[in-house]
Ligand binder design. Structure first.
Ligand SMILES: Nc1nc2c(ncn2[C@@H]2O[C@H](COP(=O)(O)OP(=O)(O)OP(=O)(O)O)[C@@H](O)[C@H]2O)c(=O)[nH]1
Ligand SMILES: [Mg+2]
Length: 188
């Protein structure tokens, strides 16, 4: 998250298979869609590309509500963007409903094609392991690991969704179970 870490570039690479060196900051947010197949299931993704500039923060936060998962990206050549992850994570968690499982996140360390690296993979890996979030080293420019990162997030979000359904189903089974002794006691 944060400005110019490459969010738009990652999404454009994933959805349209293109990349440009030109930087045009995202004003507010925009939506991209992509249809994929995961485990023989057709899934239509609605992907929100949020603007990382501070002035859009409140607006962007309002889009987190109702999302099924979130990709957190930082720039491996920019330490500040890495440190900003925790703020964004907290912000997202405060806007999303806690389910029976953890909210699905993946973290992307972008721009690994550059040599001016400031955040080591071990450093990023440590942070992610601590939070139990999968970590991917990626390059939007060279299309490294972008697909894999998306796939992981989609899988986790789908799993979360089915587990949430199980969770609610289990709840209703419990209710019915509780009613049974009542009925029996009426019959006596
Ligand atoms: N070398 C390199 N440059 C990248 C990569 N990804 C993005 N960039 C460049 O980084 C700059 C910013 O990319 P954007 O994708 O616009 O960044 P953003 O996170 O969407 O920025 P905001 O919309 O302002 O929040 C652009 O000049 C991109 O070309 C990458 O993997 N490698
Ligand atoms: Mg952008």
């Amino acid at each position: 998250m944060g400005r110019s870490v490459g969010k738009t570039s990652l999404l454009t690479q994933y959805v349209k298979n293109t990349f440009t060196e030109d930087y045009r900051t995202t004003l507010g947010a925009s939506i991209l869609t992509k249809q994929i197949t995961v485990d023989d299931k057709a899934v239509k993704l609605q992907i929100w590309d949020t603007g990382g500039q501070e002035r859009f923060r409140a607006l962007v936060s309002s889009f987190f509500k109702g999302s099924d998962g979130c990709m957190l990206a930082f720039d491996v050549t920019d330490t500040d963007s890495f440190y900003a992850l925790e703020d964004w994570r907290q912000e997202i968690l405060s806007q999303t409903r806690p389910g029976p499982q953890q909210f699905p996140f993946v973290v992307l360390g972008n721009k690994i094609d550059l040599t001016s690296r400031q955040v080591s993979s071990a450093q990023a890996e440590d942070w992610c392991q601590d939070k139990n979030i999968p970590y991917f080293e990626v390059s939007a420019k060279c299309n490294v690991n972008v697909d894999q990162a998306f796939r992981r997030l989609v899988r986790d979000a789908l799993l979360q969704d089915s587990e949430a359904k199980d969770y609610y189903l289990t709840d209703s089974v419990t209710l019915r179970h509780n009613q049974t002794p009542d009925k029996r006691s009426c019959d006596c």
